[in-house]
Ligand binder design. Structure first.
Ligand code: PEP
Ligand code: MN
Length: 367
């Protein structure tokens, strides 16, 4: 298991902002006009939100869709700051974007998912930011690769950027999915394990791709004790020039935030005893699971010995299929999801094969 990383980080904090959770960032997918920006911002600021987002340069999959107004839209972002006092944030993907954003007084930069996937681009941005004290948020790469995400964070940190945050916006998949980008929660969880002091901000808008599900994803992020949410918000979402289906009106955003249940990060004293007891129980059960796994692998080794003596191949697909099927059925009755049972038993099966292989003294690649 990879150990935790020591980065030179400072709290992702801003003057005049308290530490409340969640830290909310809201604003349109794209800057479309000064009126759209300022009106949206005023309504968002009225909800008590302090950070405004808007895309100036939009990375789009196909060339003929709206790719943002570019530099021309930077003064609109400035107007938001002047009229509402909010901090302004935008996406940068290259050196030109960084220079122009800094010149326009942008307070927070973010690196988009497509850019994080490209170490050359991230390095170029990091080199440009050397010696500049500006907070940077790094979206997960489009592909589910935690190392690539960590690599981008390291590049920025090595350039001297200390106020860093990660944005979890989900991952591309070729599978049919209910989400625009699969949340793959285990990836941001792993990132938090590796860099515990790094704030994690979830972007339910790009995970869902539509308004349905935004609350559920936001709640899950809060249940995991993540630090913040970045939610696309537009005064007239249906008419938005990009990502129309997923944007909320400021009042719908207010409603969503109102419905969120924010749990305590740590147990309070009163409930501590019960929690401790439950944890002792969990530990006991985890020990039992370990004992049973040990026994199971010993049996697998005996089977390996038998197969060796009788010259039978290790992988018996039919048998494996029936194990999986039976366990999934039992799992269903026990309230365990198919995905969970499949993941657990695939891992057990693989470990079992490894034990048998060792006994038989053959190379696993030859199976
Ligand atoms: C965005 O935030 O509008 C955006 C383009 O996001 P992502 O990089 O996550 O696709
Ligand atoms: Mn968007």
């Amino acid at each position: 298991m990879m150990s935790t990383l020591k980065l030179e980080l400072e709290p992702f904090r801003f003057d005049g902002m308290s530490d409340e959770r969640p830290m909310v960032i809201a604003g349109p997918c794209s800057a479309e006009s000064e009126m759209q920006m300022v009106e949206t911002a005023k309504q968002i600021a009225a909800l008590g939100i302090k950070i405004f987002r808007a895309g100036i340069w939009k990375p789009r999959t196909r060339p003929n869709s709206f790719e943002g107004y570019g530099s021309k839209a930077l003064p609109w972002l400035k107007s938001v700051k002047e009229e509402t006092g909010m901090l302004i944030a935008t996406e940068v993907a290259n050196v030109k974007h960084v220079y122009e954003s800094l010149k326009a007084g942008v307070d927070i930069l973010w690196i988009g998912a497509r850019t994080t996937a490209n170490p050359f681009s991230v390095q170029e941005i990091a080199d440009t930011l050397k010696g500049i004290d500006i907070p940077v948020m790094i979206k997960n790469p489009v592909n589910p690769d935690v190392e690539l995400w960590i690599g981008a964070i390291e590049r920025l940190n090595s350039a001297g950027i200390r106020r860093l945050a990660a944005i979890h916006r989900g991952f591309s998949t070729s599978e049919k999915s209910n989400y625009r980008n699969e949340p793959n929660w285990q990836i941001p969880i792993e990132l938090k394990r590796r860099i515990p002091e790094l704030p994690m901000i979830t972007d339910p808008s790009h995970i869902c791709g539509k308004r349905a599900g935004l609350l559920e994803i936001s709640q899950k992020a809060m249940d995991l004790n993540f630090s913040g949410l970045i939610i696309e918000t537009h005064i007239n979402p249906d008419e938005a020039m990009s990502d129309a289906a997923q944007q909320l009106t400021p009042s719908a955003l207010g409603e969503l935030l109102h419905q969120l249940i924010i749990r305590n990060a740590e147990a309070e004293n009163g409930s501590l005893a019960t929690l401790e007891e439950l944890r002792v129980d969990i530990d006991k059960n985890d020990d039992l699971i370990m004992d049973i796994l040990e026994i199971r692998m010993k049996i697998a080794e005996q089977i390996g010995q038998y197969k060796k003596e009788h010259n039978i191949s290790i992988l018996q697909s039919k048998r494996w299929d029936s194990i999986l099927q039976k366990r999934t059925e039992i799992g269903f009755r026990k309230g365990l999801s198919n995905e969970f049972i499949e993941t657990v038993f695939k891992a057990i099966h693989e470990e079992s094969i490894n034990h048998q292989t060792k006994v038989m003294g053959v190379n696993k690649e030859h199976l």
